[in-house]
Design a protein around this ligand. Structure first.
Ligand SMILES: C[S@@+](CC[C@H](N)C(=O)[O-])C[C@H]1O[C@@H](n2cnc3c(N)ncnc32)[C@H](O)[C@@H]1O
Length: 245
């Protein structure tokens, strides 16, 4: 499953500079993570460590990044070697990690939308619950383009073949329209009900969903009109949950 990320590690890194990431996704995910000082944090689907490094730099204590793409982990470790901040990285599917101990917070930016079916989604949420202390929090940023078929996201650097009537679990492609490094990834379409059911079955109490917002800086630089579609048809959701005591 999902070896596609091995071949596009650098291009994916470049996509982190797109305005929707800088002024919406990234501040939104960090806002939901909250105060990380002294917390132990596990970053699932860490990729090359983008959020993992921000988490550590925000004062988190023990920080571990896990990704199933060995190439992503090579790049993450390379960056840790060049500028050590004290992060452990592990190449593994989230759903089959060894016992890494219990964490205060699990960050999962774009993990759950990689589940190709409900069984894998259930395995992922169980692994998340196992990795949390009682009362510990999950912050999951979830790509939801599957529910936004027909909307034109090209001003934000994305295109999708998702149609308006995608079935539960259906795959769809997201193309990142970068000047030099256009590339595509595959996500899977799950409803909010399916995500919630998987969390609840794993012992995670769903605290709520949050939609996209845009920072004042983003509004000032690009103007409010630029963000109209982004805010009217949010294709990134945040799910917050808590491990039951
Ligand atoms: C869209 S990238 C997100 C990377 C990083 N969280 C970020 O936001 O920059 C999705 C990542 O999920 C990883 N991934 C997909 N399925 C996974 C699984 N079952 N377990 C762990 N990682 C997975 C991919 O290898 C890829 O690096």
């Amino acid at each position: 499953m999902n070896a596609e990320y091995d071949s596009l590690v650098r291009a994916y890194q470049g996509s982190k500079l797109l305005p929707f990431r800088v002024y919406s996704e990234i501040p939104n995910h960090l806002e939901s993570l909250g105060d990380l000082y002294g917390r132990d944090v596990l970053d699932f689907a860490c990729g090359e460590g983008f959020y993992t490094r921000l988490i550590r730099q925000s004062g988190a204590a023990r920080v571990v990044g896990v990704d199933m793409s060995p190439e992503m982990i090579v790049l993450a470790r390379q960056q840790e070697q060049e500028a050590p901040v004290g992060i452990e990285y592990l190449a593994s599917a989230a759903e089959s990690i060894p016992d890494l101990g219990a964490f205060d917070i699990v960050s999962a930016a774009y993990l759950l939308n990689c589940a190709p079916d409900l069984t894998t989604l259930a395995d992922m949420t169980r692994a998340i619950a196992r990795s949390l202390v009682p009362g510990g929090r999950l912050v999951a940023t979830i790509g939801d383009l599957g529910h936004c078929g027909g909307v034109d996201y090209s001003p934000y650097g994305m295109a999708t073949n998702a149609t308006a009537d995608l079935a539960e679990g259906a795959p769809y492609e997201i193309k990142f329209l970068l000047d030099e490094d256009t590339f595509s990834i595959t996500d899977f379409n799950h409803s909010q009900v399916a995500y919630e059911a998987a969390c609840e079955a794993a012992g995670l109490e769903v605290l709520g969903w949050r939609s996209c917002t845009v920072t004042d800086e983003g509004l000032r630089i690009y103007g409010p009109d630029f963000w109209n579609t982004w805010l009217a048809h949010p294709c990134i959701l945040r799910l917050e949950a808590r491990k039951r005591e």
